[in-house]
Design a protein around this ligand. Structure first.
Ligand SMILES: NC(=O)c1ccc[n+]([C@@H]2O[C@H](COP(=O)([O-])OP(=O)(O)OC[C@H]3O[C@@H](n4cnc5c(N)ncnc54)[C@H](O)[C@@H]3O)[C@@H](O)[C@H]2O)c1
Ligand SMILES: [Zn+2]
Length: 363
């Protein structure tokens, strides 16, 4: 059987460099896995939703090695120190040594927890990501951030730890709910808005293929997204400046997510509405033309994403954006657009533009 066609993005980080392989049915491809997963002992960590769908396939393709498995409960509420402990317990129970590797089979929640366990077990073992959500394939698989939540805050405990490789099997996206899938598309189109107007054009021309989850469209979207994130992160691995542009729509979005309560708005949905707000504010500042703002709104709508946030109130919105009294002068840095494909991080914007945007959307 010939190997299915796949694409490859190389993340260049010196001796921590790793490939991202993107294509259909990768997790069933024993020879590809053999090339890229070299550890002889593996712990595959997944969750109750993903295990019945993909665990047997992956185990089959890894025959001939010592493979242990751990199935965790599903959900962001389980992205905790307790789940992290269970991963460490499994590594210890299976007597995994420094030459073992952990395999994260799942979305961003599993990926972040397994990466953190791998970062700390015996001061660091290898891990491999097999991301099964669009968000995980285009976002959390690049950048090396790992971690768990603390009861008082998201991703409060963690480490930077790069995977050995990422196997983004685009076929797994077929079983993702339409809502989760579209939420992932919000992060995809974000890369176009912040960094690449040609990619934005490509997305506009391929909305139908993307929504139909056609292999070729999905592969290109994942590849280009990973390339853009890698380029931004590569210039700013430890988050000093440029990396912040990846947060377009996220400050507004965070207010929406928090105000509407857990699970009511998916992260990507809140980011979509947040990007519409950022675009409008950019237009109010004279940095984006009306026609460009209209393109932002139009492509988000066509991707099935929300563009209008819930009316949470201007004051509450400000607070949830972090603009309460604790922040000096009430100012926070925002990611705005100076033309499509050019994001900029600013804190010296004119206040009336922000005020009017909050009024129009949250008021
Ligand atoms: N490390 C990073 O740089 C980074 C970046 C972005 C987000 N994140 C983190 O990622 C997490 C969100 O990730 P997510 O959106 O992938 O959420 P998730 O991991 O919770 O997955 C979403 C849902 O889809 C299910 N699922 C996963 N794959 C499936 C498939 N192929 N078919 C059917 N169902 C499937 C999951 O079980 C879950 O119920 C957050 O915790 C966030 O903090 C990390
Ligand atoms: Zn995001």
């Amino acid at each position: 059987m010939s190997a299915p066609l796949h694409q490859r993005v190389d993340i260049a980080l010196g001796e921590r460099s790793y490939p991202i392989l993107i294509g259909p049915r990768l997790l069933e491809d024993a020879s590809l896995l053999g090339t890229h997963i070299t550890a002889r002992s593996l712990l595959i960590v997944t969750n109750e939703t993903i295990a019945p769908l993909y665990l047997a396939k992956l185990q089959n393709a890894l025959q001939g090695r010592r493979v242990a498995t751990l199935i965790l409960p599903d959900g962001e509420q389980h992205k905790t120190l307790e789940s992290y402990s269970r991963i460490l317990d499994a590594l210890v129970a299976e007597r995994m040594n420094r030459d073992a590797a952990a395999v994260a089979l799942g979305g961003g929640v599993i990926g972040d927890m397994v990466g953190f366990a791998a970062a700390s077990y015996q001061r660091g073992i290898d891990y491999v990501q097999v991301p099964t959500t669009l968000l995980a394939q285009v976002d959390s698989s690049v950048g090396g951030k790992t971690g768990v939540n603390h009861p008082r805050g998201k991703n409060m405990i963690g480490a930077f730890h790069q995977p050995r490789c990422v196997l983004a099997d685009t076929s797994t996206l077929q079983t993702l709910s339409p809502r989760e899938y579209r939420a992932g598309l919000a992060e995809v189109v974000k890369y176009g808005f912040i960094r690449d107007s040609a990619f934005l054009k490509w997305i506009e021309a391929n909305v139908d293929g993307l929504l139909a989850r056609e292999d070729s469209a999905v592969m290109h979207a994942v590849r280009r997204s990973c390339e853009i994130k890698a380029d931004v992160v590569g210039q700013d691995e430890r988050e000093h400046g440029l990396r912040a542009i990846l947060n377009l729509g996220h400050t507004f979005g965070h207010a929406i997510e928090t105000a509407s309560g857990y699970g009511n708005w998916l992260h990507g949905e809140a980011v979509a509405a947040g990007m519409a707000m950022a675009a409008e504010m950019s237009m109010r500042l004279g940095w984006l033309q009306q026609a460009e703002n209209d393109r932002v709104v139009h492509v988000l709508k066509r991707l099935g994403l929300p563009i209008a946030p819930p009316r949470i109130g201007v004051q509450r919105g400000r607070e949830l954006m972090g603009m309460d009294k604790k922040v000096l002068g009430g100012r926070i840095r925002l990611v705005l657009l100076k033309g499509l494909g050019h994001a900029t991080v600013v804190d010296d914007y004119a206040d009336p533009a922000l005020e009017a945007t909050l009024q129009a959307h949250f008021g």
